[in-house]
Design a protein around this ligand. Structure first.
Ligand code: ZN
Length: 59
């Protein structure tokens, strides 16, 4: 799946964040993608291919 997303898109991932939330905002796009948990504001950085694998849907 190659979903359409961009900087500041809200996304749902296949796995919940440890805080129990499952909504993230894309805060950096590049070879690596950085997402921020909308509940606890912690950020996660991962290679784009991993992001594509873990992405459930774009909100
Ligand atoms: Zn969180």
């Amino acid at each position: 799946m190659d979903a359409k997303y961009d900087l500041h898109s809200l996304v749902e991932m296949k796995k919940d964040h440890p805080c129990g939330n499952n909504k993230f905002e894309i805060v950096r796009m590049g070879a690596d993608i950085k997402i921020k948990c909308t509940n606890c504001d912690r950020t996660i950085m991962m290679p784009r291919r991993d992001f594509n694998k873990r992405l459930k849907k774009v909100l």
